[in-house]
Design a protein around this ligand. Sequence first.
Ligand SMILES: [Zn+2]
Length: 236
Amino acid sequence: MVVLNQMRKSGGFWLKLDNVNILHDPGPGSLVMVHQLGLKPKDLDAIILSHRHVDHSNDVNVMTEAMTGGGFTPKGRLIVPSDCLFPDPVILQYVRPFVEIKEIKKGLEMTLKDIIIKFPIENKHPVETYGVIYTIKSGRLGYIPDTEYFPELVQAYAGVDFLIINVVRMKTDKRIRHLNMDEAAEIINKIRPKKAILTHFGLQVLKSSPERQAKIISEKTGVEVIAAQDEVTINF
Ligand SMILES: [Zn+2]
């Protein structure tokens, strides 16, 4: 509902990690926001989809075109779960030759210029979904996208210095398989990164003030917790 009513922007996040530019989860409006923020799609080295749901993938084709100059200058990687390609593709056939496509599998690790990208575990969500750990000069950055809670998550992301975590609910609704705020707090408390960023808020979270929730978790755990806002820039 937050995306459909554009109560928050839904273009995903742009990572500038050492000299590598990655667009993660380009949902509806990604192309528009990238230009509004003065970012240059041709600077991208990769586009990554955590999963095929439309709030994470809607703009993937147009962003691939933008990264590759409409396909005239093929470059970059498109890193996606296999169900984004077959049998009901979100990656259109005609854009595929513009880019190097990599299918995510649990445990896949790759280098991109000076950084290492690893997909440590498959999440529990209605479609194939993967989070990621980036190893960069300043440490390790983890992203836990949409998932219901399961204990192995903590082990999979143990030791990360920075953690981005999608928290959609205040109370769990088993039908939609998302983390709630208490579960996010538990994960943060067990992993204990230097900095944690909450994002992907549903209506319940927006009504409960993401900033207040972040403060509560900070006070409870002693970890710096930030509630993401539209157009925010965060340094690692
Ligand atoms: Zn989803």
